[in-house]
Design a protein around this ligand. Structure first.
Ligand code: SF4
Length: 94
């Protein structure tokens, strides 16, 4: 994906995002889960939370295509690459 495509995606939410389970999540709870303290690896919580999200695969592909860092589709990504959720990886993903 070129830079323009990435910019358009960033500016305009994609259709699948309307069906994301986390779209209606409590902000405090989702912040704790998705952006938690790196000393506490919440990977199991996130994996369990995202397991029944109807757009899990689209979320993961989006994170990979946009070379994002953080949790996407229940997986931890660093610059679009799936990594094991170690403390070092969590710090890198922030
Ligand atoms: S899979 Fe993605 S869209 Fe679905 S709940 Fe998890 S982070 Fe949100």
């Amino acid at each position: 994906m070129d830079g323009r495509g990435l910019l358009l995606r960033a500016l305009r939410p994609l259709d699948w995002m309307d069906r994301a389970k986390c779209r209606t999540a409590d902000l405090v709870e989702s912040d704790r889960m998705f952006f938690g303290d790196p000393k506490w690896a919440p990977a199991d919580d996130v994996r369990e939370y995202c397991a029944d999200c109807p757009v899990r695969s689209q979320c993961l592909v989006y994170g990979q295509e946009t070379e994002s860092s953080g949790y996407f589709g229940g997986q931890l990504l660093v610059h679009g690459q799936v990594v094991q959720p170690t403390r070092t990886a969590l710090v890198a993903a922030r």
